[in-house]
Ligand binder design. Structure first.
Ligand SMILES: Nc1ncnc2c1ncn2[C@@H]1O[C@H](COP(=O)(O)OP(=O)(O)O)[C@@H](O)[C@H]1O
Ligand SMILES: [Mg+2]
Length: 310
């Protein structure tokens, strides 16, 4: 059975699933006046109540100042396991155009933190994006400003070109698609295929390696140029050289656009250029600083960096 989590994670790749999402919203719009029907619909599909859907939430949000994120006294635990606190009175301010790194031991709640920001989990406390409270925003509105690249990106059944351009609300030229593929370090591979950008990808991207899927998802980002970019171990399946190259391209885009970037790193070296790194532990910020400062601190971050187990 497909879990609610995987459906929501699929939505989370907003730009990739914007079209079906729009369809879903259309359906919801049609049924929203009939709660009974909506309830049946969720029962039938075994999808939990979608708390993010509110008929009054504006679908079009006019973003103003940019990609500022603020979390105040956010608390969170999964309903399935309420005793385990994932975010414990957690507060952070991320300025517009900042580059925040998030580190911490496996299972400490890094991905959950991201899900909270994208409104894929319901939390206590307050989260705002660009001054707008998350609870007042529809997922579609959030998708207009936030792009997330998860560790295992979702690919659609279609050509490579369709996958790179999926969900974009504008026409893109072949030259643009090729440039994005080059920046994502996947152009040479695509170019080596007999049908190049017309090569078919199977549903879920099963005929591609994990690294190739990650590169295709990242190529989308270079076309989309989101205001807020969230990378959740987005280059974990890449070799060091490709990762460095892509990292440099992302940093270039950030410098050009003033993108707010939140990066959860698999390899801590990718966090070297961050303005700030937080180490998450026990639902709180355990360490906070720049890369060199955290190494010097000799705490969890440096232990993780030098591979010392705690
Ligand atoms: N959908 C879920 N339901 C219940 N528990 C979950 C769910 N997703 C993650 N968890 C638990 O929450 C904790 C934090 O998970 P996660 O945010 O994925 O950590 P990280 O990304 O830092 O590895 C883990 O203990 C994990 O088992
Ligand atoms: Mg994770």
């Amino acid at each position: 059975m497909i879990s609610v989590g995987s459906v929501l994670t699929a939505y989370l790749c907003f730009n990739q699933l914007l079209k079906p999402l729009e369809e879903l919203h259309r359906i919801f719009d049609e049924v929203s006046e009939c709660t009974v029907l909506a309830t049946d619909f969720f029962k039938m599909t075994e999808i939990g109540y979608d708390f993010s859907y509110s008929p009054s939430a504006p679908v079009e949000q006019h973003w103003t100042s940019g990609g500022m994120i603020s979390m105040d006294n956010v608390t969170f635990s999964y309903p399935e396991n309420e005793d385990k606190v994932i975010l414990d009175d957690f507060s952070i301010g991320v300025e517009n155009g900042a580059y925040l790194g998030v580190a911490g031991p496996s299972g400490c709640g890094k991905s959950s933190l991201i899900k909270a920001i994208c409104r894929l989990e319901k939390t206590g406390g307050t989260i705002t994006i660009d001054g707008a409270e998350l609870s007042s925003l529809s997922r579609k509105a959030i998708a207009g400003i936030v792009a997330l690249v998860p560790q295992t990106p979702f690919l659609i059944a279609g050509t490579i070109r369709e996958n790179i351009t999926y969900g974009l609300d504008r026409e893109v030229s072949d030259a643009e698609v090729e440039a994005a593929a080059k920046r994502a370090y996947i152009y040479d591979y695509i170019d080596s295929l007999p049908e190049r950008f017309d090569t078919l990808i199977s549903e879920g991207g099963g005929n591609l390696s994990g690294g190739q899927r990650q590169r295709i998802a990242i190529a989308r980002i270079f076309l989309r140029r989101p205001k807020i970019l969230i990378l959740d171990e987005a280059t974990s399946a890449l070799d060091n050289t490709s990762e460095k190259h892509i990292q440099a391209e992302i940093e270039k885009m950030q410098a050009e656009d003033g993108t707010t970037v939140i990066a959860i790193a698999h390899r801590l070296t990718t966090l070297k250029s961050c303005d700030r790194i937080i180490v998450l532990n026990g639902g709180k910020i355990a360490e906070d600083g720049k890369f060199d400062e955290l190494i010097e601190l000799g705490g969890m971050f440096s232990d993780m960096y030098y591979g010392r187990m705690r």
